[in-house]
Design a binder for this molecule. Sequence first.
Ligand code: GLN
Length: 288
Amino acid sequence: MKEHTADALLRASPLPALEARILLMHVLGWRRTELITRGDQALDAARVDAYRALEARRVQGEPIAQLVGAREFYGLDFDVTPAVLIPRPETELLVETALSALEGIARPRVLDLGTGSGAIAVALASARPDARVWAVDRSTAALEVAARNAGKLLDARRPGGPLAFVAGSWYDTLDPALRFDAIVSNPPYIASGDPHLEQGDLRFEPRGALTDEADGLSALRVIIAGAPGRLTPGGTLWMEHGYDQAAAVRALLETAGFADVRSECDLAGIDRISGGRLPLAASQQAGR
Ligand code: GLN
């Protein structure tokens, strides 16, 4: 019987070369350089079968991140399952913008609404070890993935303490006495009829993480409406949204009383996140 090698499997693969290499490195536990230096080594039949099974699933459309169970975000290696949205590179903009807003605030309190894999909450907690971070999701399966990621990626002795995971819908189950210096969210913002829901990776991701089953703005409305009652004076709210929602989100923020309302564009030049700052209470402003 013919012996299989990494070189031969890659040559015969129907997948784009990069995808085939990622799946093969995952199955073999090899680094990129080993694919080259060990490319002509005979592989066990079990490994070859495992690779072929993943390759076939990828041909059927399953996302690479789900097949390998991981995706890098903000330089950290997050576990990913079908219970969570796959972290997207454009969401790193939300992390960076929230970090700028928190500069100069010691031991800030941060709330991540709809945390999913925990990508945003864990990235913020990693970059700001002093931050106290709450992460909410209505999906307990998602919270399990987020808690695993926090356990794996954060220092157990970080000064801000462990992340607080809260099961519930947006603000509903949070302690009403809590006030946050920043609220961040990447909520479901795709409108129910959007054809993208039936394309690519999105077909395999949790529908509830992608669409509000309405006009795409309903979760953003709830998050904005509830934020003034949950932010400290001067606190900031930043949300990711769809490519055509920036003006609508800015209008909602202004109506809710936010100041310094603006959007930031992602690497593709699309206004991808919007946010604002809660004005300082009138009494505090008067003293300045
Ligand atoms: N950015 C995702 C996409 O369009 C959607 C994520 C979301 O709804 N929050 O692929």
